[in-house]
Design a protein around this ligand. Structure first.
Ligand code: ATP
Length: 248
């Protein structure tokens, strides 16, 4: 029987009079990919931030593997296996690709000592680093300064930084944003590969991509979930078509 990996219950976030997220409840099952779609300002990023602990909810509860984590800070959730990537790439532009990955790997281990202090990497770090460089297609760029990489490779590094601690749950915020047309297929294949065996919440405006990657689509509008179901069912849903897909 599949288990619930992540769950939100009545989550509400307000900014003054604006309900950015309004009473959202959903179970995210282990090993499934959930596409989170909706118009700009629907509350998708805010919901992801609440799940990752980067934004405190005003009401409601969040659970990971059955354990309530509503009050847990982001770094604890990261150590529990929740990884979060960002729409706006967050890497250290003046450090090398390998350094970015090692910082991400170390900072999510309890009681870590930064490698520039310990001046050594253990075998596990080396293996994690090599595997992540290979997976993300960055092996040939390990010593390149991250900020000098072409945009598509910076996106791959952003994903690598999220992946290197081997999270069970991946929260991906528009991982295809800004990627050139000719790089989309490779990026899709990478997301598909890293989704295997993980629970993934994927915010993406590229409809073909999100529909092909997801087992289930969750549609938000004005802070609320207005529909959820298989990609086929959502494509046929009349209210989703008119509110989001822009069809009559
Ligand atoms: P997009 O697809 O454009 O990224 P979204 O669905 O991710 O949009 P959010 O970024 O979650 O939407 O924003 C939801 C609402 O909350 C929007 O109306 C936004 O302007 C508002 N909002 C988000 N962050 C803040 C903030 N820090 N202060 C005030 N309002 C905010």
């Amino acid at each position: 029987m599949t288990q619930v990996a992540l769950k939100c219950e009545g989550v509400t976030v307000s900014y003054g009079a604006l309900r950015a997220v309004n009473d959202v409840s959903h179970d995210f099952q282990e090993g499934r990919v959930y596409g989170l779609i909706g118009p700009n300002g629907a509350g998708k990023t805010t919901l992801l931030n609440v799940l990752a602990g980067r934004q405190m909810r005003h009401r409601g509860r969040v659970f990971c593997g059955g354990q309530e984590i509503s009050q847990r800070p982001a770094y604890e959730r990261a150590r529990m296996g929740i990884g979060r990537s960002f729409q706006i790439i967050k890497i250290f532009g003046e450090m090398t690709v390998a350094e970015n990955l090692l910082i991400a790997a170390q900072s999510r281990r309890p009681g870590f000592q930064p490698f520039w202090i310990s001046r050594s990497f253990d075998k596990q770090f080396r293996e994690q680093l090599d595997a992540t460089l290979e997976l993300t297609g960055l092996a040939a760029h390990r010593d390149d300064i991250a900020g000098t990489l072409p945009y598509g490779l910076q996106r791959s590094l952003e994903l690598g930084v999220t992946l290197i601690p081997d999270p069970k749950i991946l929260l991906l915020d528009e991982p295809l944003a800004g990627i050139g047309h000719h790089e989309i297929q490779a990026a899709l294949e990478l997301i598909q590969k890293v989704s295997q065996g993980r629970t993934v919440l994927l915010i993406e405006h590229n409809m073909d991509a999100v529909m092909s990657l997801s087992h289930e689509i969750v549609v938000m509008s004005n802070g609320s979930v207005i529909a959820c179901g298989s990609p086929e069912a959502i494509r046929k849903n009349e209210s989703v078509r008119s509110i989001y897909l822009g069809e009559d």
